[in-house]
Design a protein around this ligand. Structure first.
Ligand code: BMA
Length: 354
C-alpha cells in the first residue's frame, strides 16, 4: 500500500473523531505509564440497599473516592423506552454520564439490546438468523436502523455545560466469542459479525456520532492473536482492544486472565491500540483478599488502560462485584485503592492532566 493511500485512510479515521474524543483516546494511551483506571458498572445509579441517592456510590462509601471510569448500559434505548433493561430511567443515566464527565471521569457504555427478530432479550439465542436479518437486505434492516437512530439520539445528546459533546467509550457486540448473546459465535458467521460492526459504525457516523471510541471485547476464549482477531472488524473502526473474563474457580481464573492479558498485550502492540480489561470480577467477592491477592498480582504486570467490574445489583441477592461498607473484601479494597497503580477519580484529576 502506498504512503499516500495510507495517509488518506488515516486522515479519514481522524476526521471521524471529534477533538474531545481524540483527547480521551490519547489519554487512554498514556495511562499505562502510571497505572490503570478503575471502573464500576452503574456505580452512581444504585448499590446495595439504595437507589438513586444523589452522589452516592458503593465504591466511594468504601474508599472515599469515585471510580475514574463508570460503565452504563443502554439496553432498551433501541425500543424508545423510558427505562433501561435494568429498570433505570434513561434520563437518570443521562444525568449520571454528565456528572461523571463533570467530575473529570471517563464513561464507557455497553448495549444489551433486545433480539430484533424474536422481540425477546439479548440472551435469546433461539435463531442463528438474527444478525443476517438486520444486515442490508435483511427483513429487519429498517427496524435496526430505527434502533440505531434512537441510540444515536441519546449519544448525541450527551453534552457538557459548554454544549460540547461528551466523548465516551462504546462497547457493543461484546463477548461474541461465546454463544450466549444473539450476536455470539455460533449464532452468526465471522463475515456477518464483521458486517454487523461495520454497519453499526457507518450508521452511527451517518447520524453524526463523532464522540465515541469503539471498544472490541471478546471473552477470553482465544489462545493466540490470530484467534483474538478472528472476528475483528478493522483498525479503522476499533479504538480499544479489550477482553471480558470473570472468576468462578480461582486457579482457572488466574490462568485465564494471565493468558488473556498476555495475548491482548501483543494484540495492542501489533495494532497500536490501548488495551483494557473491559469486564471482570468475582460475584459477591467471597474472598476477603481478592483485590490484592488474586486480581492485582496479574493485572499489575500488563499495560492495561482500565479495568471494569460489573454492577452492584440492588434487586438480585449476591449479584455484586464491588464492595460496600462492611462487605467481606472492603478492607482489602482499600489496600487496592491505595496501590499506586490503581487510578481512581482523585488520582486522574491530580496526577494526570487530560
Ligand atoms: C448482566 C446481569 C444482568 C443485567 C445485564 C445488563 O451481567 O447483571 O442482571 O441485566 O448484565 O446490565
Amino acid at each position: 500500500m502506498c504512503d499516500d493511500h495510507f495517509n488518506s485512510e488515516a486522515k479519514k479515521i481522524q476526521d471521524n473523531r471529534s477533538p474531545e474524543l481524540k483527547k480521551v483516546i490519547g489519554f487512554l494511551k498514556k495511562i499505562p505509564q502510571k497505572g490503570y483506571l478503575f471502573g464500576h458498572h452503574d456505580d452512581t445509579l444504585y448499590g446495595i440497599g439504595w437507589e438513586g441517592d444523589e452522589g452516592r456510590s458503593d465504591v466511594k462509601s468504601v474508599c472515599g473516592d469515585y471510580p475514574s471510569m463508570i460503565s452504563f448500559d443502554l439496553g432498551h434505548i433501541e425500543l424508545g423506552n423510558e427505562k433501561s433493561l435494568d429498570n433505570v430511567a434513561f434520563s437518570k443515566i443521562h444525568r449520571e454520564i454528565l456528572n461523571q464527565d463533570k467530575r473529570g471521569g471517563i464513561v464507557t457504555l455497553s448495549w444489551h439490546l433486545d433480539n430484533p427478530l424474536t422481540g425477546k432479550d439479548a440472551w435469546d439465542v433461539s435463531s442463528n438468523k438474527v444478525v443476517s436479518s438486520i444486515l442490508p437486505g435483511g427483513e429487519n434492516h429498517s427496524k435496526f436502523k430505527l434502533w440505531i437512530g434512537r441510540l444515536c439520539d441519546f449519544i448525541n445528546s450527551l453534552k457538557d455545560e459548554n454544549g460540547k459533546k461528551i466523548a465516551v467509550i462504546f462497547r457493543p457486540w461484546h463477548e461474541h466469542t461465546g454463544s450466549w448473546f444473539w450476536w455470539g459465535k455460533k449464532l452468526c458467521t465471522a463475515d456477518e459479525y464483521k458486517a454487523l460492526w461495520r454497519m453499526t459504525y457507518e450508521m452511527m457516523r451517518e447520524r453524526g456520532v463523532d464522540n465515541v471510541a469503539f471498544a472490541y471485547s471478546p471473552g477470553s476464549e482465544y489462545n493466540n492473536t490470530d484467534e483474538y482477531f478472528e472476528r475483528y472488524p478493522g483498525d479503522d473502526i476499533i479504538d480499544i482492544l479489550g477482553v471480558d473474563t470473570y472468576q468462578f474457580d480461582k486457579e482457572v481464573y488466574k490462568k485465564e486472565l494471565d493468558k488473556a492479558l498476555n495475548i491482548l498485550k501483543q494484540a495492542g502492540e501489533e495494532h497500536k491500540k490501548p488495551i483494557a480489561l473491559t469486564e471482570t470480577g468475582f460475584e459477591a467477592i467471597p474472598d476477603s483478599t481478592w483485590w490484592t491477592e488474586v486480581l492485582m498480582p496479574i493485572i499489575n504486570r500488563y499495560p492495561i488502560s482500565y479495568m471494569v467490574v460489573w454492577r452492584n445489583a440492588r434487586e438480585k441477592v449476591n449479584h455484586y462485584y464491588a464492595p460496600y461498607p462492611g462487605q467481606k473484601s472492603a478492607d482489602n479494597f482499600i489496600s487496592f485503592y491505595n496501590d499506586k497503580k490503581t487510578l481512581f477519580l482523585n488520582d486522574i484529576n491530580k496526577k494526570i492532566h487530560k
